[in-house]
Design a protein around this ligand. Sequence first.
Ligand code: GAP
Length: 438
Amino acid sequence: MGKQEQSLMDKIVSLCKRRGFIYPGSEIYGGLANTFDFGPLGVELANNIKQSWWKNFVQRRSEIYGLDGGVLMNPKIWEASGHTQGFIDFLVECKKCHKRFRADQIINKNCPECGGNLTEAKKFVPMFKTFVGPVEDSAAVAYLRPETAQAIFVNFKNIIDSFHPLLPFGIAQIGKAFRNEITLGNFIFRKLEFEQMEIEYFIRESEWEKYFKEWKNEIEKWVLTLGISKKNIHWRKHEKDELAHYSKHTEDLEYNFPFGGFKELYGLAYRTDFDLKNHSEKSGKDLRYVDLITGEKFFPHVIEPSFGLERTMLAILSEAYWEEEIKGVKRVVLRLRPNIAPIKIAVFPLLANKPKLVDKARTIYNSLKGEFLTVWDDRGNIGKRYYAQDEAGTPYCITVDFESLEKDDVTVRERDSMKQQRIKIKELRDYFLEKIHV
Ligand code: GAP
């Protein structure tokens, strides 16, 4: 990692903690590697991304159905899906410092930390195991799901029976996934517990290339609406030896992260009929699709766009982080798009000790907060309040001053340009509706 890249990452991590986006997990107990908690602004950012995704890929499309499956499922599912045999990492341990690494990430033969000799690579299944019920024996083993996708395949028949969809159709889900990752670091890029936003899109085999292309477009279109720029993304095709056990063709949308350059943001996989076929065999339930017109029975093939919430957040934060110096004073700004910014508007009375200003500002704050996430701030001077909102990524600040008392208007200050304009109080709602709901 270059020094500049490292320092940008450090700045993002520090801003995230300072402004309440992301905190290290279990911090007061010394932490737990690769776990993080979202603070008040992190939750809002995450929710805005998930809502945008759900609106775009589920609610605006008539052929995609939503689902919210369980984290715990029958362990036979992970046998049928091939995870217990095929979802494996190879692990090596340093004989000197006893640190563990993924074998495929070792560049020369020695420990990357201390240069010591490494053990032979051992197979490792990165699924978290737990036990259902009071007895911890092999019959009680269950796994925390390593991907949300399997809940979709096991509910395939339920959706067909309830909605009788025609091909192509999709099932979408947002939810937590868990992986016992060996590689540490890079902030929220690789977590033990993370959120996926996945779609299994059911098609006829002959059409996989057509839909694969369509989904590449759809993914790119959506990601650009979040403020991620085209120059920082590209597609990379998986080599044969890196394909997941279920995939015949996979391409990753990679993002130019501020540590180590282009890395996987999302995956798009052609999963063939691997999952439905295996679940049919192992469950004994016929999961074939019946064509409502011809009566033909077959296993649909699947295109799977798979999105990671945390990597989306990290890409958005990297893209938005901005520093500038104005008259010798450093200004740090998160240039988040208004549609995903956690706080949309901040309202300030110019002076906290002038009841008329405070009352007027309170009325404006109360009238906006039901519709847009609006915060109140009357501490310190206006400059400091702007500074704090710039770092939080708040696109608009309203100041109520003495002129407001006479003219029923306010100053609206735009975050990126710092331009201020006077807007009539009665026009504020329409003004923000136009600016924010884009
Ligand atoms: N169902 C397919 C699947 O799970 P994947 O490429 O292993 O495919 C999909 O994961 C996406 O989930 C990745 O592109 C990434 O965005 C996210 N992801 C995977 N492992 C992650 C981890 N440990 N921490 C954060 N995000 C992760």
